[in-house]
Design a protein around this ligand. Structure first.
Ligand code: FE2
Length: 275
């Protein structure tokens, strides 16, 4: 079960810098739009903003729904784009993705399919919560075993656990019906390992942050369409696309901020009642 981690030497010893870009929903067709929003356009604007950060991240995490249509063309576009950013990029699949195609296309010198990433005193664990043909998520027994074994093996490291589906309710009824089906199993493992400092996901297309027993539980905006927080039924949010930046400190603290693209008008068709 144990696998060797991909090792990155952070720029500094006292802090690991990460960025999360999630739910890009890229289409094979460059003109592809979600609720009227061209997802390649918003993704590239978000990434350009990220590249202007004062401190370049040591790694980029992409947490699922990278593609909307799971087409080879969408993954080729993403592979080329991430390569052009020159930041080591790691991915995990969401409900819209095809993990086999991702393995094939998102796998070059800079876009990496590794699921354990060692950065100084921190370990990042990338889990697959996707279920073929389903919108909701579930963590398989083998993924749970992988998580538990990694947390035990690296008990001397602070750990950030990443997945696509939300492992705790975000209080949007329609989204919480399609979250992680066996979230209690994941939460039990997190609760029983003091080295877990944060859990990070996508899927909900909105910012979310809770601290429970010293663990940060974080969700982030999509790089395209947003979902309105607290909605009973599907409803697009009026917030702009964005990404999350994280500083992982040597003492185990996580400092994090969400950046949105506020100086550009994005067109979203709010009359559409589903996605
Ligand atoms: Fe999504």
């Amino acid at each position: 079960m144990s696998q060797l981690p991909y090792e990155i030497q952070p720029d500094r010893l006292d802090v690991v810098r990460l960025a999360q870009v999630t739910d890009s929903h890229i289409f094979g067709d460059p003109a592809g739009s979600l609720l009227g929003l061209n997802t390649r356009n918003s993704f590239s604007v978000v990434c350009e903003r990220l590249l202007k950060e004062e401190w370049r991240p040591d790694a980029l995490l992409t947490t699922g729904d990278l593609s909307q249509d799971a087409s080879p063309e969408s993954y080729q576009y993403l592979a080329d784009y991430f390569k052009s950013m020159s930041i080591p990029t790691f991915w995990l699949p969401g409900n819209h993705d095809n993990p086999e195609l991702m393995d094939l296309y998102l796998n070059n010198q800079i876009v990496l399919s590794d699921k354990l990433i060692l950065l100084g005193g921190w370990l990042v664990i990338m889990l697959d919560s996707s279920v073929k043909g389903k919108v909701h998520g579930e963590i398989s027994d083998s993924q749970l075993a992988f998580l538990e074994a990694s947390l035990k093996q690296y008990s001397d490291k602070h750990c950030l656990v990443c997945l696509h589906h939300q492992p705790i309710d975000v209080k949007s009824e329609w989204l919480d019906r399609i979250g992680l089906a066996n979230e209690v199993k994941l939460r039990n493992i997190v609760d029983s390992h003091v080295n877990v400092k944060g859990v990070l996901w996508g899927h909900v297309h909105q910012e979310f942050s809770r601290e429970i027993n010293g663990v940060r539980w974080l969700a982030s905006p999509s790089s395209c369409v947003q979902f309105k927080p607290g909605s009973k039924d599907f409803c697009a949010g009026v917030e702009s696309p964005g990404y999350r930046y994280l500083n992982l400190h040597a003492d185990g603290r996580i400092e994090t901020v969400v950046h949105r693209i506020d100086n550009i008008k994005f067109t979203v068709d709010y009359s559409i009642k589903g996605y």
